[in-house]
Design a protein around this ligand. Structure first.
Ligand code: SF4
Length: 228
């Protein structure tokens, strides 16, 4: 009885919702998948246990933050900080820290042992996200802190603000917004279908119904409606 109720709680909480603004986590991600989210295209539902794993990730973040609040070497200026209000994009950094000399954006990521073991460099998509946090907070330094969910070991990478990279990301989001507003489905990412984003994409079945080029959304929508 409880199992069904708990599963239902998670599935209801994550029912498809139309996206109105970009999230910072969209930075560097497949434009076509983001387009489909904005247009509320039906997607593969995530299993309740996967959704619980996301919640587990949030608890790991809290666990990491706990010692930071009692340290002398660094102090937490603010936890869970929203970027300044913006019409196109929203996002929340895990924390802004100070080491007494400068401010640092902290972004915590959790992953399983296998991914953690092979992580020699920070993931590109995580660098993209922290670049945007640094950009909006006007902070020059960031730390990507990776947590192994299975044994709680840590790896950290210091990231310097790169204005060119941050502006290029914002420019690509702004281009995507124009495509969304003018109903043009963006091209597929070059690595389709083997790219990790395609492997985990909730829209892969819908994406496969089109070719890889830009297409008119209104025409494509009719095609989807016939089969969904
Ligand atoms: S399957 Fe790949 S190319 Fe298609 S929408 Fe998903 S991530 Fe993008």
């Amino acid at each position: 009885m409880l199992k069904e109720l708990i599963d239902k709680f998670y599935l209801d909480k994550h029912k498809n919702r139309e996206q109105q603004r970009f999230y910072i986590t969209d930075a560097g991600r497949c434009p076509r998948a983001i387009f489909f989210k904005f247009k509320n295209v039906p997607r593969e539902e995530m299993e309740a246990n996967v959704l619980r794993m996301f919640d587990h990730g949030d608890s790991i973040h809290q666990l990491i933050m706990k010692p930071l609040f009692s340290m002398r070497e660094v102090h937490v200026v603010a936890g869970e900080v929203n970027i300044p209000s913006h019409e196109m994009i929203s996002g929340r950094a895990d924390a802004i820290l100070s080491d007494g000399k400068e401010l640092i954006v902290l972004d915590i990521k959790s992953m399983n042992s296998m991914v953690f073991r092979n992580l020699a460099q920070p993931k590109e998509e995580n660098i993209d996200q922290i670049q945007l946090y640094m950009h909006y907070f006007k902070i020059q330094k960031g730390i990507l802190l990776y947590v192994n969910k299975d044994n709680q070991t840590l790896k950290e990478f210091i990231i310097d603000y790169d204005k060119i990279r941050a502006c290029a990301l914002l420019e690509s989001l702004s281009e995507l917004k124009k495509e969304i507003d003018s109903d043009i489905v963006p091209i597929r990412i070059p690595g389709y279908p083997n790219d990790w984003q395609c492997q985990y994409c909730s829209f892969k079945e819908v994406c496969a119904m089109a070719n890889g080029e830009e297409i008119n959304w209104q025409d494509f929508k009719k095609k989807i409606e016939k089969v969904v």
